[in-house]
Each structure stands twice: as structure tokens, then as C-alpha cells.
Design a protein around this ligand. Sequence first.
Ligand code: FPP
Length: 245
Amino acid sequence: MAVTTKEFSLNHLAIIMDGNGRWAQKSGLPRVAGHQQGVETVIQIVDECVSQGIHFLSLFAFSSENWGRPREEVDALMGLLLQFLSSQRQRMLDDGVRLRVIGDLTRLSEPIQKALANAEKETSQGQNLTLILALSYGGRDEIMRAAQKIAQSALDGDLDINKLDNKTFSSFLDTGDIPEPDLLIRTSGEVRISNFLLWQTAYSEFYFTDVLWPDFNAAELRKALDDYRRRKRRFGLTDDQLEDL
Ligand code: FPP
């Protein structure tokens, strides 16, 4: 019997939301208009993930490299984030969505840090979907920060460095208590990982679409999920071994 992908449920979906700028430019609009429309897509996709019974959704909302963008664009993105937190507060509570944030949050302004901490606290009882926003996030940066914490823990005598294994290392990442993504989607036709969840996507399936993020929607997501369900995940094993498992 061949292993069917039905056996691989989709517990964690990660998305690199790309193409906002190009979407705006195509219509002669400022880049920020693309980000605004991108937030509408976020709202629709969160909703669809709840309907699909997906338990974790990670969104790459602002990378550590995005700090290098023009000041106005960075400010606009931070403004949209604040707006999102307040406009979606009730909806998250009603829909059982729990918010989590990963990344180097120390680089975010104090009001943003406070709003995020508050939203995480308020939504902490959400049981349906954990929405993970990657902000000021870079995969290498996260791994490096984990290595620093591990070294400190060893120096403090709390960790025996000879016992360090994959599982213990993972627990020091920002995503320590979050399962690894099953599927990673990137929109806009770019085919690269761009420093997102480098450690965690070791065995994730990838799905690339030319659709720009502001044009992505529930139907496009269902297409990606159908594609994922037709795949065969091997995790480095042979078909026979998987059958035995
Ligand atoms: C990539 O498009 C997108 C970003 C850098 C930011 C993504 C942000 C949002 C969708 C809105 C904020 C999100 C939340 C949750 C409030 P790009 O600007 O690189 O597009 P381009 O490659 O076409 O220039």
C-alpha cells in the first residue's frame, strides 16, 4: 500500500507573504497600498485556517532585513500592525485565535512591544488557531540567539553541553513550544526561503505560487492545501519504512 498524504495532516502552515509592493506598483499606487491590501489577505487567510482546522499559522510579517527599507515604509508597516491588533482583537477572541510573536522584539518601539504583549496575553486562551507573527525576525538571528542562550545556560551549570541534541536545541528557539511547519507557502513567484524559519523547515513541504500576496485568498489557499495533500512525505526514510510506521 502506498503511503497516501492523507496521513500527513496539516497542523502548521507557514507563509512568506510576498508581492505587496509589486501589486501596488502594477496599479500605480504607493507601496503602502499594497501592504494595506496585504492585511486584508491576512484577515481572510486567518479565517480560512480556522475553518480548515489548521492549528498553527506562521506569517513572515517583518524581517530583520526589512529594517533597511525607507523610513516611511517601516513606519507604515508598524502602523498597520497596530491597526491590525486593535481591529482584530474581538475577532481573535471570538474565533479562538491565540496570538504569538517571534523575532528580536527588542528592536521594536516600546508602544508596539506593549501592544503585542497585551494582545498575546488577552488571546492566550484561544484554542483553535495559534497565529504566529514573525516580526523583526530572521532565521539566522534566531539560531544565533538560541546559541547564546544555550551557552549561557551551560555557563550557569543548568545545561550539560554533552547532552545537547536536536530537541534541546529547538527548545531554545523562539518557536520552542511550537511544532515544525508542515507546509511553507511563498507568494509572488520568488523561489527562496529568505531567512524564514531556517531550522524549523528542514522537513517542510514547499509551495510556490506566482499570485501576489494581496491577490492571494481562501481559494488560492485551498489550492495549496490540495497540492500538499497529494504529496508524499518521507522524512529521509524509504517508502517501505514509512509503510511499517
Ligand atoms: C513583502 O512584500 C511583504 C512585506 C515585507 C510585509 C508583509 C506585511 C503585510 C502583509 C502587512 C502587515 C501584516 C500584518 C499581520 C499586520 P514586498 O513589499 O517585499 O513586495 P515586493 O517584493 O513586491 O516589493
